[in-house]
Design a protein around this ligand. Sequence first.
Ligand SMILES: Cc1cc2nc3c(=O)[nH]c(=O)nc-3n(C[C@H](O)[C@H](O)[C@H](O)COP(=O)(O)OP(=O)(O)OC[C@H]3O[C@@H](n4cnc5c(N)ncnc54)[C@H](O)[C@@H]3O)c2cc1C
Ligand code: SF4
Length: 327
Amino acid sequence: MREFTYLRASNVAAALNTARADGGSRYLGGGTNLVDLMRENIETPDTLIDVSCLSSAITVDDDSRIMIGAAATNTAVAEHPLIRQHHPMLSRAILSGASGQIRNMATVGGNLLQRTRCLYFYDDAARCNKRLPGDGCDAVDGFNRMHAIFGATPSCVATHPSDMCVALAALDAVVHIKGYDGARTVPLVDFHRLPGESPDVETILADGELITAVELPPPPPRAIATYRKVRDRASYAFALVSVAALIQVEDGRIVSARLALGGVAHKPWRAHLAEQVLEGAPVNAATFGTAAAAAIADARALKDNEFKIELAKNTVFAVLTQLGDRT
Ligand SMILES: Cc1cc2nc3c(=O)[nH]c(=O)nc-3n(C[C@H](O)[C@H](O)[C@H](O)COP(=O)(O)OP(=O)(O)OC[C@H]3O[C@@H](n4cnc5c(N)ncnc54)[C@H](O)[C@@H]3O)c2cc1C
Ligand code: SF4
């Protein structure tokens, strides 16, 4: 591992100023992804700026909006009474990821910015546009069973590995960001980018910007939601396909629906077409079948991942059926 300087920022302003002064620095959350990448020499920062000074509080305001500080650990979020009561789907998603030890260290800010698990990204003998822009992508014609079925380009077919972000996408979460020029907010669904021709640019964050919090709006009244992850092993495996779904039902009809898929794209993938099918439709198998078909209408398979399209369709159908049975 390359030598680096470790600094602990005492507050947000200090973190931002240090990052501004040192263009080769990276913020450090729990280090569960960044330090691994440094060990592999994929990330080679001069300086690590420990941002444990960020808030780790989880609070609710008078409008029932929940604010989660960026330094809150994945475990703290999953176990928090506010999250368990109002957003059990988020707890479920987080608990389906990694291991207890990793979740105890991993932070909300770091989870949003964790990098792909594409094997070629980790292999410095392989060509990878994300590691080295303009290098090419060995996954396109390589072993791409785990890769994307939505939004991929010849530049990059990688997927975003987070479970938490898929739930956040379905919950209409908002990311709070601070930079040298002030603060801003961005919907989680617009935070991550599709690869286009520059897969090395993974989010809308500008240089030096910090994630300070994630905000959850209140769910629609009486909404029911769940998260299901399909993977090769029962634990310690990234999603082949995951589905976060939320429906609000009145008098046997779905009045609002939110559906997000994980393991299938360079970002958490909102299935807007399927949501349109669901909204206004009766709660029954025909509706869920049509919605599941709509969810995969834009899917495109690579050489080794045709199975993911059927898997995504079946998982959406199964999750909606499960929610329908609860209404
Ligand atoms: C063996 C293993 C299995 C895993 N399995 C899963 C899984 O099944 N599902 C899943 O979702 N995840 C899984 N993970 C990934 C894990 O969730 C991430 O490593 C973790 O969420 C990253 O959080 P962190 O705080 O440790 O980030 P770090 O490693 O500290 O940082 C990651 C990135 O975020 C940046 N960063 C951190 N905080 C901020 C901030 N506040 N503002 C701006 N930038 C910031 C860092 O600079 C870095 O670029 C697994 C990890 C491992 C090691
Ligand atoms: S899919 Fe993306 S991350 Fe994987 S090798 Fe290609 S460019 Fe790199």
